[in-house]
Design a protein around this ligand. Sequence first.
Ligand code: NAD
Length: 396
Amino acid sequence: MRIVILGGDGFCGWPTSLYLSRRGHEVHILDNFIRRRQDRELGVESLTPIRPLEERLQVWQTLSKRRIGFTAMDIAKDYEPFLNFLGRWRPQAIVHFAEQRSAPYSMKSPWHKRYTVDNNLNATHNVLCALVECGLEAHCHLVHLGTMGVYGYKTSRFQLPEGYQKVKLVSPDCEESEETEILYPADPGSIYHLTKTQDQLFFYYYNKNDGLRITDLHQGVVWGTETAETQLDERLINRFDYDGDFGTVLNRFLMQAAVGHPLTVHGTGGQTRAFIHIRDTVRCIELAVDHPPALGERVRVFNQTTETHRVRDLARLIHTLTDIPVAFVDNPRNEQAENELRVVNQGLRNLGLEPVTLSAGLLEEIRGSARKYRDRCDPAKILCRSRWRRLPEPET
Ligand code: NAD
């Protein structure tokens, strides 16, 4: 299959590009390197020493004898070049990772809020609009990386379904009713999550109006760093974000354990989150690509997550394994202190996913990249400095 990877230089996009290339697909990456520039903006670096994309691609070609193409492009801004590229290359699948993906980064300042909205909504809309303008509606399947955060983190007795909720519509006089399914009511917890909930409506509309074939993967927090392909050579290494903006909770704990820094738990640590290992991310994307929705089928939604855990339980687990103490710090987010999370994730399991479990993979991760590169860690960058709400002015 000819597959375009939007955002193929990023944390999920790079290992996915290698994985799909190894399986014989013709892969082409489009990326504008904004993620590498954000590192410079924030004065941080990936814990792992990632190489320039050109070098990564060269190494991959030498090792695998397979070529991955690349074009530098801003999907949110360069509509005409993107359109021309699609028209020429006519991909059978597009995997869309090219969005600003950090909730804390999206809340840093008015500029960061506006950048996140401009980038994410325009990138997604440009992809959809260009697919229609090129006449690729039936030919090309769009696989998008969404987030479990679109559902909101509210405690409920019920499991979160995969995208759609059964509801009963009642006539104004309450005499008649009928059952239907609607998109599960969105409840974003940050500007970043807000853009992902808006993406869902773009998908709904373009699927209904133009018959686009779309799979939206509601992904949990990704943990781990390496896949079989990125481990083939150190120059293929994947990025590992540990800083207060882009470092996600479990990878932050793994790095903190490796460098001997207390495991920083926000608030009471009562937040329950959904998780998935990076090796399962790439596998899930392959499963989604291999199983496009039929022509005329509605947007397919999978909850791309393999297990749920409470944050303080994870910290305790890592403490038990490593003896590193747990430190409770102020929660920068505006969210419920404690929540339960029950998730239906049968769709990808039915397609054949056999997940890497936390209990089996945790120690390997601490002993792997996190420990190997711990000297590259800047402890001053670990804590989250973004705030969801302005702090009260001190009394004068
Ligand atoms: P990342 O920031 O590491 O990678 C995103 C890539 O997209 C970067 O290489 C960046 O340069 C590129 N990009 C961004 N905007 C672009 C644009 N306008 N044009 C071209 N390229 C652009 O992020 P990631 O962790 O790989 O996440 C990928 C996707 O998966 C995101 O959409 C994110 O919301 C979703 N996701 C990630 C996680 C996670 O834990 N990492 C969890 C749930 C969902």
